[in-house]
Design a protein around this ligand. Structure first.
Ligand SMILES: Cc1cc2nc3c(=O)[nH]c(=O)nc-3n(C[C@H](O)[C@H](O)[C@H](O)COP(=O)(O)O)c2cc1C
Length: 175
């Protein structure tokens, strides 16, 4: 189900100690949410469990970032990503998310695990601007070319800053 929440563009800031935790199955359906996740997003546990994690997807987020996230985690790697998330009432909160694959005893990926915390204000300012430019590139390119267009913009930006990829750039915390 797609999210029909209308964004207010009002920002909720996470506290320094707020760690938002969730788990999903292989398809990104939520299997666990901690209390802070529920408090901040405004959704109750029954509203979250079994729902796709895109229940939080904010329309200001470029598609290329989620493509990158899924490429990393499906390949068995962890991913760090800045994300603007939509609350049930349309407010939003920025997070630096760390998403990792969960594995069963046989070593196969059995689901995914995410821990998120509040980014620094400089990072929020920077990624708001970068993602707005990426979204604009996606709109101008049209649906079929959207991800390629904004990925190219992202890669260009990262290499101009002297980093090899989004992950290294995010982890360097060089803003
Ligand atoms: C463990 C895990 C955590 C995720 N956390 C978020 C999140 O906080 N916000 C978000 O918009 N998408 C999150 N996603 C990605 C969503 O599954 C989804 O790909 C994204 O919202 C884009 O929606 P779409 O794939 O329907 O375009 C997460 C995925 C996984 C596997």
């Amino acid at each position: 189900m797609k999210n029909r929440v209308t964004p207010t563009q009002r920002e909720i800031a996470l506290g320094e100690q707020d760690f938002i935790v969730s788990k999903t199955d292989l398809k990104g359906r939520i299997t666990y949410a901690n209390r802070i996740f529920m408090n901040i997003s405004g959704y109750s546990e029954p509203e979250l469990l079994g729902r796709q994690h895109n229940i939080l997807r904010h329309p200001d987020m470029p598609r290329a970032i989620f493509k990158l996230l899924w490429d990393y985690i499906q390949a068995g790697r962890e991913c760090f990503a800045y994300t603007k998330n939509l609350c049930k009432n349309g407010d939003h909160y920025w997070v630096l998310a760390n998403v990792t694959p969960d594995r069963d005893e046989g070593g196969n990926i059995s689901g995914y695990f995410s821990v998120r915390r509040r980014p620094r204000d400089e990072a929020i300012r920077y990624f708001s601007d970068l993602y707005a430019r990426m979204l604009d590139a996606e709109r101008r390119a049209g649906p079929r070319e959207a991800i390629a267009a904004s990925t190219a913009l992202l890669e260009d930006e990262i290499s101009q800053k002297g980093f090899k990829d989004y992950e290294t750039f995010v982890l360097a915390d060089a803003l």
